[in-house]
Design a protein around this ligand. Structure first.
Ligand code: DSN
Length: 436
């Protein structure tokens, strides 16, 4: 059956060149509202950031049209000249930024970059160690509901009950007992510095490969505001959209050539097909931004702001797990206020402060309820907030939480309205995309 020409989407037709608002008003409206949400609310989710217009432009570029299975110079498709240019630039910039010998910039996400390391270096059933999810670890570091926990044998380490910091003696003892093939350091809700040298010593003693998943702190590492996992770690993975402020994606970095073939083969063809070349182009843009001297200032400012936020929350009666932060994030323990993380997340959202509920160490509540919230400063720092703004934000959070503590899940409407006004003032002084 032939199709009438008028029924075929044709690049020659004028609608092909329509802007999004004309071509798809519903999606355009949702995007417009999302921009307004990002502009009008204060983003405190520790894993989120505000990518530059250049990163957004590259992500939305014509590379979305291109298949480029393989690696630069060795592709399975023709027409990859410019795909090779952007991927090579992304690789070279990633190596320069993190001071390592090799990089794979194709992983589509944080989950896939870690899966690639497992596929490359472990056999199903092999034992590995990672930070317990309840102590701030990540799903892909051995959670029973994740492939890492289903197909492999995870042995977790955690934080001490008294100071909520990682107990390196316990890590060493667990490693000696279980002889893991791989040890993972890095997490999603751990606000203290990682002692990579100590992990190296333990990994060396038991003959384990040492992997750092630096997703949360990679922007700090790039900017010199957190020690680098190199040269201590054998392999380093990172998402690129958190403190590093790039597109949503992942990377794998390493120094020893012996890992090159297994890791590259694991990403493609092991796990992925055609790389997202538009996202790889955007990663290259983000790495270039992070190589600029201003990024160092940004990274240090993130930490300074996190310390100001934590201090303000404490001054206003909220407990910070482990007593503070060395990085971009913190866990706030709401137990003494008798407020759940779930209710706090909702109450703060009503007051235009966006964050996520998060389990605290030794939490007795379920992950859907929790006794805490996780806060972070990368996005607020990008929009220009400094310590004085973050001190104000700490006081506003405490006001909302106190309203919940007194009134239950509904909170205090008057307080929340007043906080919304203060948030609006802050946000209008610091637009996310000034000319958007
Ligand atoms: N979902 C991310 C976070 O918020 O930390 C980790 O993958």
């Amino acid at each position: 059956m032939s199709t009438a020409p008028s029924d075929v989407l044709n690049p020659m037709d004028s609608f092909w060149h329509d802007d999004l608002a004309t071509a798809d008003p519903e999606i355009a409206e949702a995007i417009g509202k999302e921009l307004k949400r990002q502009q009008d609310k204060i983003e405190l989710i520790a894993s989120e950031n505000i990518a530059s217009k250049a990163v957004l432009e590259a992500t939305g570029s014509v590379f979305t049209n291109k298949y480029a299975e393989g690696y630069p110079g060795k592709r399975y498709y023709g027409g990859c000249d410019y795909a090779d240019v952007v991927e090579t630039l992304a690789i070279e910039r990633a190596k320069q930024l993190f001071g390592c010998n090799f990089a794979n910039v194709q992983p589509n996400s944080g989950s896939q970059m870690n899966q690639a390391v497992f596929l490359a270096l472990l056999e199903p059933g092999d034992t590995f160690m990672g930070l317990d999810l309840n102590s701030g670890g990540h799903l892909t570091h051995g959670s029973p509901v994740n492939m890492s926990g289903k197909w492999f044998n995870p042995v977790s380490y955690g934080v001490r009950q008294d100071d909520e910091m990682i107990d390196m003696d316990a890590v060493a003892a667990t490693a000696r007992e279980h002889k893991p093939k791989l040890i993972i350091c890095g997490g999603t809700a751990y606000s203290r510095q990682w002692d990579f040298a100590a992990f190296r010593k333990i990994a060396g003693e038991v003959g384990a490969i040492l992997l750092c998943d630096m997703s949360h702190i990679s922007g700090l590492v790039a900017g010199g505001a957190h020690p680098s996992p190199f040269p201590h770690c054998d392999i380093v993975t990172s998402t690129t959209h958190k403190s590093l402020r790039g597109p949503r994606s992942g990377i794998i970095l390493w120094n020893d050539e012996k890992y090159t073939k297994p890791l590259n083969m694991a990403v493609f063809p092991g796990l992925q097909g055609g790389p997202l070349m538009h996202v790889i182009a955007a990663k290259a843009v983000a790495f270039r931004e992070a190589l600029r001297p201003e990024f160092k200032t940004y990274a240090h400012r993130i930490v300074e702001n996190a310390r100001a936020l934590a201090a303000s929350l404490e001054e206003n009666g909220l407990r910070i797990c482990s007593g503070g932060t060395d990085n971009h994030s913190m866990l706030v323990d709401l137990t003494a206020k008798d407020v759940t993380g779930k209710d706090a997340e909702k109450g703060l959202d009503r007051a235009w402060l966006t964050c996520n509920k998060n389990g605290i160490p030794f939490d007795t509540r379920s992950p859907f309820v929790t006794s805490g919230i996780r806060l972070g400063t990368p996005a607020g720092t990008t929009r220009g907030f400094g310590p004085s703004e973050f001190r104000k934000i700490g006081a506003l959070i405490a006001e909302v939480v106190d309203g919940l503590s007194t009134n239950g899940p509904e909170g205090n409407g008057q307080v929340e309205e007043r906080v919304r006004g203060k948030v609006a003032e802050l946000c209008s002084s610091y637009p996310v995309y000034p000319d958007a």
